[in-house]
Every structure is written in C-alpha cells, then in structure tokens.
Design a protein. Structure first.
Length: 94
C-alpha cells in the first residue's frame, strides 16, 4: 500500500512540475523536439523533406503533406511545418 501511495505521489509531483513550467519553456522544448525530428527525417540533409522522407521519419506529417506543401514543390521546409502547426493550433483554439 505504501509503495502505491509513494508512486502516486511521485506521479503527482512530476505532473505538477510539468504543468507549472512556463508555457514558453514547454513550447521551446516542443520546438526543439520538432527540429530534431525534422533533422533526423531529412536523410539527404538538404533542409527539406520529401513525402518519402516524411513517411519514413515523420508519419503524422506525411498524412498532411499536401496541406503543408503549399507551394506544391514536392518537399516541405521546417518553416512550412511550423507555419502549418501554428495555423492548426490557432484553429483549435477557436
């Protein structure tokens, strides 16, 4: 019983620590994670992802690839991905 309570208390403390961090710090971590995932998926290191690279390394991005590729270039940049995500977040808040 004490082990369960200790585990629950630890989980609660961890949750509170995460939720009390400034929003900017949390968004900074999310942005860094996005940049890292993008770089890892960009196998030819040209600063763009093709649909094949997105399918292999960022499958959720691949599902929305045509929406993100607004210039219909057959590839997307990190800036395009960020712009798309910001627009999606803005639409969710409405």
């Amino acid at each position: 019983m004490n082990t369960v309570l200790t585990a629950m208390a630890g989980a609660l403390i961890a949750t509170l620590a995460l939720t009390t961090q400034p929003a900017q710090a949390q968004s900074g971590k999310a942005a860094q994670k996005l940049e890292d995932r993008f770089a890892a998926a960009d196998k030819d290191h040209d600063g763009k992802l093709t649909k094949a690279e997105a399918e292999a390394g960022m499958p959720r991005l691949a599902k929305h690839f045509d929406e993100v590729d607004t210039q219909k270039a057959g590839s997307v940049t990190l800036d395009q991905v960020k712009q798309y995500m910001a627009a999606q977040m803005k639409d969710r808040k409405k």
